[in-house]
Design a protein around this ligand. Sequence first.
Ligand SMILES: Nc1ncnc2c1ncn2[C@@H]1O[C@H](COP(=O)(O)OP(=O)(O)OP(=O)(O)O)[C@@H](O)[C@H]1O
Length: 634
Amino acid sequence: MDEWEEQETATSGTCALTSHTSNAGTQGDFWSSDRGEFQREGAEDSANDGDSQNNTAERSSFSRRGGRGGGRGRGFGRTDHGDFDANEENGDHTNVSRGRRGGRGGSYRQGGEQGGRGGFGGGYRGKDEEVFAQGNQDTPAEKTDESDRPRVTYVPPPPSEDEESIFSHYESGVNFDKYDEILVDVSGTNPPPAIMTFDEAALCESLKRNVSKSGYVKPTPVQKHGIPIVSAGRDLMACAQTGSGKTAAFLLPILQQLMADGAAASCFSETQEPEAIIVAPTRELINQIYLEARKFAYGTCVRPVVVYGGVSTGHQIRDLSRGCNVLCGTPGRLLDMIGRGKVGLTKVRYLVLDEADRMLDMGFEPDMRRLVGSPGMPSKENRQTLMFSATFPEDIQRLAADFLKTDYLFLAVGIVGGACSDVEQTFVQVTKFAKRDQLLDLLKSTGSARTMVFVETKRQADFIAVILCQEKFPTTSIHGDREQWQREQALGDFRSGKCPVLVATSVGARGLDIPDVQLVVNFDLPNNIDEYVHRIGRTGRCGNTGRAVSFYDPEANSELARSLVTILSKAQQEVPSWLEAAAFSGHGPSGFNPPRKHFASTDLRKGPQGGLFQDSSVTSQLAAQTAADDEEWE
Ligand SMILES: Nc1ncnc2c1ncn2[C@@H]1O[C@H](COP(=O)(O)OP(=O)(O)OP(=O)(O)O)[C@@H](O)[C@H]1O
């Protein structure tokens, strides 16, 4: 029995209620082989695939991001699976699935030699190291300076082949038709006319069938406008509220075009040349996008593939080699695959940045520049670049223009950066010491409602999850210190309702589309307003109603007060008088704008008056700043 198996055995199955465990190991994670496969890949495999994150672009891309942390105190600013959360109070970022690591030995395992503190040791790798890492992408793992770092060997279970589960979906809600009332603005020259029905999208039969099997009857506004724009070959920056169908807005026209042009049937090749590349900031989100692509491409010759960190690289290389038309990836792993020569870029026609503002902020921007500058990648004039998000601060729009043709179209559905209008937002003023009791009271009052609780740090996520477990709320958690299989299991348990409470750091804030999330709790408010918008957007999706309750700690959150008032006002929601008072009390960024009643586009090309959401642009710099610190790197 190897070290890995020992640990699994030692810790598995001691918690009947949840899949969550405490740092102290009072409860064990479930582990069952059908969840995924754990294997030690042989030396041959490793030599061929370099199945390690040690010597890859993925690692290199993180190195400059994190100053603190470094799980092993050896100068690497990321954990084993590439996540980084510098907000962790002590700078401990150790991923602790196996023993012998330094660092706090945080989450979930009691295993042997972990523990010890020592995760601090200078997590910064300078430029030279980055160059070194890049220059050694093909070096087998064994030969790197970090060869004792455990290799990632997790192989996720294959996605279901069963048609029913491929097309399983939740119903659109009572407010779905109200989407039609949302004001839409398309700016830029010669936008094509919107479509009103999927029939007008002129999809081929198999795509039409798949759209219908997905339960889509009529397009949402971002689809009505976005699909013809993409089909017309235009570059696009699109901003529409959370849960309003942005994914299909880019997937459907891309798949349609690939099929119309007779995308070459997938065939085995060591280097794959995808026609479309889709990038997203987190593993769970990119996997979700991949599953959507797979669903829409069902029964066609188009083959989507997904690559992301925390999973065996060798496994992904093997999957890739079977053929790939649409490659979905997190930036690090994608660059890694390109660096290894497993992905060629010469045939790329579409480059999609989902959560584009996040992909272009201070954290990921260098990776995006590296991606578009990679050998073979067609210039922006020779590819179509599409960007989607619910938030698009002006400074990021400015940056984004570098990646787009000058005549790109800007599509704004509703208020750029606005919160989803189907989410009822409430605020509770509370000190940090009273938050725990508030949360327990809230959960007691909501019964078994599926609830996401957002906290600031990974340690806090563990702590709160344990408390909730102890209070008999079946709870699991997702954050960057958890192994990938644990993250996927946590999400699975939350989706299935086995654990109706999910405690998450910001890694769960963007894009996740989980059925029936009725409540989002901001146990800790984020420190930028865009993050708030994305977090509460995990509920109230696709015309369903949802509820968000945020704990406002006057000591910690006064900087956010003005932006919150703006967001609430624009969503036509009640603003608590104490929040308004806090907003005007002199704290926080200047430039508060009283809410305007009418829609206005915030395509920055329209000039300074075009920006309805100037408050957001004030905070966006902060957002970019803090994103580099408090989000989790993938
Ligand atoms: N036209 C439609 N009819 C019915 N359901 C739809 C339609 N379009 C999308 N959906 C469903 O709505 C849900 C939300 O869609 P999606 O995840 O694409 O939203 P999003 O705008 O990307 O959200 P976020 O900003 O949070 O990433 C999904 O379950 C999707 O399948």
